[in-house]
Design a protein around this ligand. Structure first.
Ligand code: ZN
Length: 166
């Protein structure tokens, strides 16, 4: 495994549309292992292929609702993910490893269900609520070149960030 460089906002690859994964081979597994290590090292809750310069439909999302699991065990690998159901609404702060130090107020569904494939190409469906639902939406947006800053109703001020106010 190896750490990959996380691209920062302004990098054109973050604005491109990713392509579907069709080969579930060693190269994909290497990418997933590297992304997992990179995510844990960066202390984030999700990571998408384009953020490490790979324009493929690959995301990692940490199911932070599963407090019984270790951080590494919380990581869900989703290949070719698609939101198939969403319900409710939540409005709150959101950030991104590619937009360091900035947070914005973004409205997302409260719960989402995602259909995806695992690293071997097997289809599965997974649901999440709260932060996990927010993260599914955020990471899937990356695959279309969308950043949370495009959706934020406003960015948080340095004063708000300093006071920890949401
Ligand atoms: Zn992000």
């Amino acid at each position: 495994m190896a750490l990959r460089n996380i691209l920062k906002t302004g990098e054109p690859r973050l604005r491109k549309t990713s392509r579907r994964v069709t080969e579930f081979n060693d190269r994909l597994h290497q990418l997933l292992d590297d992304m997992k290590e990179t995510l844990l090292d960066a202390g984030g809750v999700g990571l998408a292929g384009p953020q490490v310069g790979v324009l493929r439909d690959v995301i990692l999302v940490m199911d932070t609702n599963r407090e019984d699991l270790t951080e590494e065990e919380q990581i869900i690998e989703l290949i070719n993910p698609q939101i198939v159901e969403k319900a409710g609404e939540q409005t709150g702060p959101e950030g991104c490893l590619s937009v360091p130090g900035e947070y914005g107020i973004v409205t997302r569904p409260e719960t989402v269900t995602v259909k995806a494939q695992d690293r071997y190409g097997r289809e599965f469906t997974v649901s999440g609520y709260g932060l996990t639902a927010r993260c599914f939406c955020h990471e899937i947006d990356h695959l279309s070149g969308i950043l949370f800053t495009d959706l934020a109703e406003r960015m948080m001020t340095p004063e708000e960030l300093a006071s920890g106010e949401e």
